[in-house]
Design a protein around this ligand. Structure first.
Ligand SMILES: O=P(O)(O)OC[C@@H](O)[C@@H](O)c1c[nH]c2ccccc12
Length: 260
């Protein structure tokens, strides 16, 4: 089993528990009462590189990164620094996140919020929207073609903007085939956790014109953002460098300046 497979086993167990506790019909009612989805695309496609700043306590590769007792306060600092959107890891076992984190972040900022998780069923998308999410991550490596197509369609129907994550050439083709408008190239291979920072530059030219490109993982500071821009990135997704630094607002600001 790959690391990705192991993570998904745990995700499915937690999901089964939530499905028992909250029937899909009740979630659907919550969706009706959720705040209207925010559209990230105008900011993402504006000139320069947008920063998608992540609330990330821990990861399977790095272990504990930061306590983050108040995710809403951290997200507010990201927004103050000019972050175009906020990513919230909601996976519990390996990343120590939760949907409660997402709810509090969404209430604290005016920018769109991404549910960052290992989404394998419609239920998780409905949950995301019920919690106020504006975007949802779909990891191509975790899904077969039918799942990817169906989840992408469901996300769009719910008003969520899908961020479709790829790691190689074949996955880009699969993302494009389902009509992805926002494609994230993860420099980290989720099957082995190895990071190759050259992945984005290699794959970005294969993403069709008009599709928004996100450079994900391993971005350590402004120099990496300038390089991302040169390689064709519209957006950078940054976690570790922001949660381990001491001034998240200034760190976001410096990255935006470097991407101009
Ligand atoms: O902390 P970093 O290296 O800045 O990476 C952030 C983000 O790209 C990473 O958290 C991520 C990208 N894709 C994922 C899928 C699942 C979990 C996590 C991720």
């Amino acid at each position: 089993m790959t690391v990705l497979d192991e993570i998904i086993v745990g995700v499915r167990e937690d999901l089964a528990e939530r499905e028992r506790a909250v029937p899909a019909a009740r979630l659907a009612e919550q969706v009706a009462g959720a705040p209207a989805p925010r559209d990230p695309m105008p900011a993402f496609t504006a000139p320069g590189v947008s920063v998608l700043a992540e609330v990330k306590r821990a990861s399977p590769s790095r272990g504990d990164l930061a306590q983050i007792a108040d995710p809403a306060a951290l997200a507010a600092r990201y927004a103050a620094g000019g972050a175009a959107a906020i990513s919230v890891l909601t996976e519990r076992r390996r990343f120590r996140g939760s949907l409660d984190d997402l709810v509090s972040v969404r209430a604290a900022v005016e920018v769109p919020v991404l549910r960052k998780d290992f989404i394998v069923t419609d239920y998780q998308l409905i949950e995301a929207r019920a919690a106020g999410a504006d975007l949802a991550l779909l990891i191509v490596a975790a899904l077969d073609d039918a799942q990817l197509r169906d989840l992408h369609a469901t996300a769009v129907e719910l008003g969520l903007t899908p961020l479709v994550e790829v790691h190689d050439e074949a996955e880009i083709e699969r993302a494009v085939a389902v009509g992805a408008r926002l494609v994230g190239v993860n420099n980290r291979n989720l099957k082995t956790l190895a990071v190759d920072p050259a992945t984005f530059a290699r794959l970005a030219p294969l993403v069709p014109e008009g599709v928004c490109r996100v450079n994900e993982s391993g971005i350590t500071g402004p120099a990496d953002v300038a390089a991302s821009r040169a390689a064709g990135a519209d957006v950078v997704l940054v976690g570790e460098a922001l949660v381990t630094g001491d001034d998240p607002a200034a760190a976001v600001q410096a990255m935006i300046d470097a991407g101009r």
